[in-house]
Design a protein around this ligand. Structure first.
Ligand code: COA
Length: 179
């Protein structure tokens, strides 16, 4: 589903993703490095594929998708929670798609909003993710948000056909409560 909740912090806000965002996501996904770190898109999608992706998210009751925009209203990327309601758990996926905006604090701030929503509103018990072991910027940002490294998933992904290790990380409700 597309989140109806707007979450606001000092430098950015999370708002419902809309069809107007798709052309920007599609254009940014031409960036090989962005796709490499995202790990879920092999090649730049067509607009039609991007639209199919959006509709599949919209129709999935166990996904919550937001677009991330800066305080001045410019689009930065998106973030989603993939829920496992039975386990009160979610996997989070985040992307600041505009590489000119990497390393400016947006990813950390957006993730903190999502964690507060996941534990505060949704009453989840665990939020988890996996990321490429070489994605040091992402790992540093996640650790700042309270994610704990739980293990190494050996050869979890293929990057340009070559096996690549991933780090498994999570925040538990008890971590969040004592943050
Ligand atoms: C990962 C991502 C969401 C992080 O968001 P961001 O806005 O770039 O990150 P932030 O600026 O909030 O935090 C990054 C931190 O890592 C540091 N950092 C920057 N580049 C780094 C690098 N190459 N290695 C280690 N740390 C780095 C920054 O200094 C900052 O720490 P600080 O605030 O203590 O100085 C964003 O970079 C992104 O979307 N990247 C491309 C797609 C991706 O990797 N998605 C995640 C897949 S799991």
């Amino acid at each position: 589903m597309i989140s109806e909740s707007i979450l606001t912090a000092k430098t950015l806000r999370l708002r419902p993703a809309d069809e107007g965002d798709l052309v920007h996501f599609q254009r940014w996904l031409a960036d090989d490095e962005l796709r490499r770190w995202l790990g879920s898109v092999n090649e730049q999608p067509s607009i039609a594929e991007e639209y199919d992706w959006y509709m599949s998210k919209r129709q999935d009751p166990d996904t919550i998708l937001w677009s991330i925009e800066a305080a001045d209203g410019s689009l930065l990327g998106n973030v989603e929670l993939r829920l496992s309601p039975l386990n009160r758990r979610a996997e989070v996926g985040i992307g600041i798609f505009d590489r000119g905006q990497w390393g400016k604090g947006y990813g950390t701030e957006a993730m903190r909003l999502v964690l507060d929503f996941a534990f505060g509103e949704l009453k989840l018990n665990r939020v988890e993710l996996t990321t490429d072991e070489e994605n040091t910027r992402a790992i540093h940002s996640y650790e700042k948000c309270g994610f704990v490294r739980e293990g190494l998933l050996r050869e979890h992904r293929l990057v340009d056909g070559r096996p690549s290790d991933c780090v498994a990380m999570a925040v538990l409700r008890s971590d969040w409560e004592t943050r």
